[in-house]
Write a protein that binds this ligand. Sequence first.
Ligand code: EPU
Length: 356
Amino acid sequence: MNIYTNCSLLHYNTFGIQVRADMLVEYESVGELKQALALYHERMGEKPLLHIGGGSNLLFLCDFKGMVLHSLVEGYKVVGEEGDDVLVRVGAGMTFDDFVSESLWRGWYGLENLSGIPGQVGASAVQNVGAYGTEVGSLIEKVEGVSLSDGSQHSWKGAECGYAYRQSIFKQELAGQYAITYVTYRLHRTFRPQLEYGGVRQAMAEAGFSEDTLTAMKLRQVILFIRRQKLPDPAVQGNAGSFFMNPVVSKREFDSLCRRFPGIPGYRQGEDAFKVPAAWLIEQCGWKGRRWNDSPAAVHDRQPLVLVNKGGARGTEILHLCEDIQTDVKKKFGIELRHEVNIVAPEGDLDDIDDD
Ligand code: EPU
């Protein structure tokens, strides 16, 4: 177990916001996590506790006056084989893309379209990460966790996790209550490529790959290529991936939007709903590539769903940018944009933030 006091969180958030935590504890096992929780309850009393993954979906607004927990729980173990399926139990601290690549090398498929996603395996199960037509919720068999309040161990079947677009019970009714320790994924021995998402087939053709000879490794290369084209690399420019969720509107609302804004894109979700790309709404409001108030907080110039730190941005500047975008999108389209990134404010209160 590593314990750091008055620790910089610069390398624990991909936005690259320079903030500190009173204490940061990294643990490698369930036993160490329980020790860390005992330490927290003994020493930190009323102060807040925050569990982070790869820090790739976080925005810190100020120093964190409490304990931050970070999982280093590794492990990749086959725990079952059922016909075409392989059940793999993975440590929550494993880097998600290492998990994807390891699985593909072993010839176990299902994760190829999720190549290149930053963050850890534990966070994937909380956020139901998704990209290019695949969401992890459809592959998760079981999630194991430890209660942050009393250290007790719990597990949930995939079907109990309430997975929906960027949602799970761990973001809703159980938010902030558990540290995820292991996730069991159901992978497949048969490769069934998912190529329906816009842009995937075109990128395949550009790479000279035909559908007949496509392998999972080639598809991984295609996905990594698309991501490199569109999304900023957090190692080069601070960001937390999609800052906003794509809003879902009713069919009636979408029809009315189409009349007012011909050409507005929308993707059908079930019978009566349409998902509208937030990127399009933000671009139409003139925010693509723009900075907030000449600060280093800016909208990415190729994917406006992503907010970036051009160097030295404060969390509050990113927050102001987020709020101004939300206001403009609401004014023009009547749509509320919800942020996907977790905003960490003192005691969760955005009004308490001092801008200076
Ligand atoms: N668009 C624009 N202008 C742009 C870019 C995109 O108008 O500059 C519009 C276009 O209509 C385009 C549409 O947005 O067709 C969709 O763009 P894209 O395929 O890039 O996907 P997205 O909906 O913007 C979502 C995920 C991404 C994921 C991609 C691919 C969310 C919140 N985001 O973005 O996830 O990589 O689909 O599946 O659902 C992440 O969560 O960090 C993330 C990057």
